[in-house]
Design a protein around this ligand. Structure first.
Ligand code: COA
Length: 415
């Protein structure tokens, strides 16, 4: 069966997480992704956070599935020549080097565009044009500069970063979308273009609702669904909202049976207006269905803390899974707080191809997260990440190099 992106060739010049996430998605959608890495060491993540000495880390293997790896020293003239051959034969170049690194390699947009006017050049940078455009950026820097950290955490604590890699993987996802749009536009225009996804912008895009709240706060001086309402004070900026829901249906994280010893015995509970009578029935507070203080969403905003405290008295009598079962019968939106252990062992996630076991030649079996985007005509088969330079020969032969050329390149240290 052909894949959605069959025939699209990606020159993957990415490293660490943001860029590799993007190219991994494109590989899962069927593109031929050729990862170019420095001879000897490769992507720095191969050696970072290692759990088995001498074996590619999970950090690397979980971000580079379905790719081919080519080693190339692009700072050597012969290596650069090979890279330029690749540029001529690929559709997209994806990179996430520090600002200026591509230019220092002699790979300006103008130069690439001259070599291959159809090539799409896609970049992740920490920041877009402006005061920080020359800065190197990692995940948490983007979370802080994109508005996520200032709005995450509890009101009496410091800013908090989230475990979800919204700066890296979030930006990779945005970049992949830009690449697909550029590929589509190329079908009409015949031209390549630059695609830029700054990490600050991607994080801010994911924090869109907080900029919504900033403007609501400036207009009204208060945010009624935030825990600071009605007793606390609001300042000039959107405060940290703890576990309050980001939308119009109040929610909070509540303790469940076993919370004293299990740090994840919690449930997220949403008091959706449509099912308020059911919430009242489940917790044994039928009076609240008609009581003026609780009957309308507006009235309830004044009493969210006591409401959730009362619901918690009920959730604490059930495990999170028991509570889920009961609440789902009433269509009450809720979600168990799942630990990574529970997720790794979840049979349904295995069955759906979301958690996948992969065999790797040097590490053996490991778990990975499969493609979260499911296409009915382009199913994803998750393949292991390549070893460093595993496909150098294969790819160079495809480009027209012969055994003698390879020997010369090897002797020169270019591959
Ligand atoms: N052959 C020869 N040289 C190579 C090479 C290859 N195959 N691949 C990379 N290099 C060189 C680059 O040319 C660059 O050299 P230079 O500094 O002399 O110009 C160097 O390797 C490394 O580039 P750099 O990107 O600066 O790496 P770093 O490890 O110092 O910084 C980041 C890492 C992530 C901070 C930085 O790349 C960055 O800010 N990227 C953009 C934002 C981003 O994606 N951040 C999230 C990462 S998950």
């Amino acid at each position: 069966m052909s894949k959605a992106l069959s025939g699209v060739r990606i020159l993957d010049f990415t490293h660490v997480q943001s860029g590799p996430t993007c190219t991994q998605l494109l590989a899962w959608l069927g593109a031929d992704v050729i990862k170019v890495e420095r001879p000897g060491e490769g992507d720095a993540t191969r050696g970072q956070l290692r759990d088995i000495p001498g074996v590619d880390s999970l950090y690397f293997t979980m971000l580079n599935h379905n790719k081919r790896s080519v080693t190339l020293n692009t700072k050597k003239p012969k290596g650069k020549q090979v890279l330029e051959t690749l540029i001529k034969q690929c559709d997209v170049l994806v990179e996430n080097f520090a600002p200026g690194a591509m230019e220092r390699m002699g790979l300006s947009w103008e130069h690439i565009n001259k070599l291959n006017p159809r090539m799409i050049v896609a970049s992740v940078k920490g920041f877009g044009p402006g005061r920080y455009e020359d800065c190197k950026v990692y995940e948490n820097v983007a979370q802080c500069a994109g508005g996520a950290a200032s709005t995450t955490g509890f009101e009496d604590g410091p800013p908090v970063v989230t475990g979800a890699q919204i700066g890296d993987s979030g930006t990779g996802l945005h970049l992949a979308l830009g690449i697909l749009a550029a590929l589509y536009q190329r079908t009409h225009s015949g031209r390549g273009q630059k695609v830029l996804a700054p990490m600050q912008d991607a994080v801010l895009n994911l924090c869109r609702v907080k900029l919504r709240d900033q403007q609501r706060l400036e207009r009204t001086g208060s945010l009624h669904e935030y825990p600071q309402y009605p007793d606390g004070k609001f300042g000039e900026a959107v405060p940290r909202a703890g576990n309050a829901s980001g939308g119009g249906q109040p929610g909070w994280i509540l303790r469940c049976k076993g919370w004293e010893t299990d740090p994840n015995a919690y449930i997220y509970f949403i008091t959706q207006a449509a099912v308020w009578p059911s919430v009242c029935k489940v917790i044994g507070e039928e009076g609240w269905i008609t009581d003026e203080a609780y009957a309308t969403p507006q009235a309830r905003l004044l009493h969210l803390k006591p409401i959730f405290a009362r619901i918690e008295q009920w959730t604490m009598t059930k495990t999170k899974f028991e509570a889920m079962e009961i609440l789902n019968e009433y269509d009450i939106p809720c979600g168990p707080i799942l630990s990574m252990k529970e997720i790794a062992e979840d049979p349904w996630l295995r069955k759906s191809g979301t958690v996948v076991e992969v065999e790797h030649p040097t590490r053996g079996k490991h778990l990975t997260v499969g493609n979260p985007i499911k296409l009915s005509d382009s199913p994803t088969e998750v393949l292991r990440a390549p070893l460093l330079g595993e496909h150098t020969e294969e790819v160079l032969m495809e480009l027209g190099y012969d055994a003698h050329d390879l020997e010369v390149l090897r002797a020169d240290g270019a591959i």
